[in-house]
Design a protein around this ligand. Structure first.
Ligand SMILES: Nc1ncnc2c1ncn2[C@@H]1O[C@H](COP(=O)(O)OP(=O)(O)OP(=O)(O)O)[C@@H](O)[C@H]1O
Ligand SMILES: C=C(C)CCOP(=O)(O)O
Length: 249
């Protein structure tokens, strides 16, 4: 089984304090991943970890007026946003390495690009070889060059979708601050089309340049592999092969 798991920036950072990690949540996520990597047959085919921006990437991108569609030609701005994400990537990898997970960084800025239509091309050879060699790739939401627009943001959710396609992943999970997609505080079990949930989907409570829950569901609906959206309390279960939270697709 090849699994692609996103740790939402809203989970592993304090979204209301600039560039601050939520240490307790990151430790809890890293412990669940370390257990799964050492014990569970569910992750035998490899586990790719992707992480979002939280209070690292989003405020930096917002300050420069950059989103997934609004770009910049300013290399200083691109580097600043990229550096904020790289700093968070370092925290995630350190938490994993401390628990014996052989984590390696993957920086989409140097690997991926968007064409004029905004479609993302993400070569997967390096991630595939990392998996074959027993490493756990840790891929950050990032900036990418974008034909005709300089550089734009690439969200962790888009990277999850591209990696799931490119690696032909068996399981996809998005761990966020909510226990799933909520409809009046109740977790929606399954979403097959955007129309099912359009009225309840919103953005994010904090600064978020990539579309919050609505962007997440839209991105996941385009996938062949069903994807789960769940909270930190569902992470162990997801990694053990259980159905948790909301299934999209
Ligand atoms: N119907 C809904 N159900 C659940 N959450 C929703 C809904 N509508 C909007 N949201 C918001 O979506 C947020 C989750 O999206 P967000 O983009 O913040 O998560 P993330 O992927 O974990 O973080 P990041 O984008 O920083 O990586 C929730 O915290 C909530 O505020
Ligand atoms: C803001 C940047 C650079 C990445 C955002 O990724 P996301 O938090 O998954 O939407």
């Amino acid at each position: 089984m090849t699994t692609v798991l996103k740790l939402g920036g809203s989970v592993i950072t304090d979204k209301d304090r600039a560039e601050t990690v939520d240490g307790e949540s990151l430790e809890r996520a890293a412990a669940a991943i370390a257990d799964a990597v050492s014990d569970s047959t569910e992750t035998d085919g490899g586990l790719v970890v992707v992480h979002g921006g939280g209070s690292f990437g989003h405020p930096a991108a917002d300050a420069h007026g950059v989103t997934t569609t609004a770009g910049t030609d300013d290399a200083g701005a691109v580097t600043e946003i990229h550096a904020a994400m790289t700093a968070l990537n370092g925290f995630v990898r350190r938490a994993l390495l401390e628990r014996g997970v052989e984590a390696l960084p993957v920086y989409p800025l140097s690997l991926a690009a968007r064409n004029r239509e905004g479609d993302l091309a993400l070569p997967t050879e390096s991630v595939e070889t990392m998996l074959e060699e027993g490493f756990v790739p840790v891929v950050q939401g990032d900036m990418v060059t974008h034909a005709g627009r300089g550089a734009t943001v690439v969200s962790g959710d888009e990277l999850v979708a591209e990696l799931a396609r490119g690696l032909d992943a068996d399981r996809v999970g998005l761990c966020s601050t909510v226990p799933g997609v909520l409809d009046d505080e109740r977790v929606v079990d399954r979403i097959d089309s955007l129309a099912d949930v359009e009225s309840v989907l919103g953005g994010s409570e904090s600064t978020d340049v990539t579309g919050g829950m609505r962007g997440k569901v839209e991105t996941l609906l385009g996938l062949e592999t069903p994807a789960s959206i769940f909270g930190l309390e569902g992470l162990e279960g997801f990694l053990a092969g259980e159905d948790v939270g909301t299934t999209v697709g």
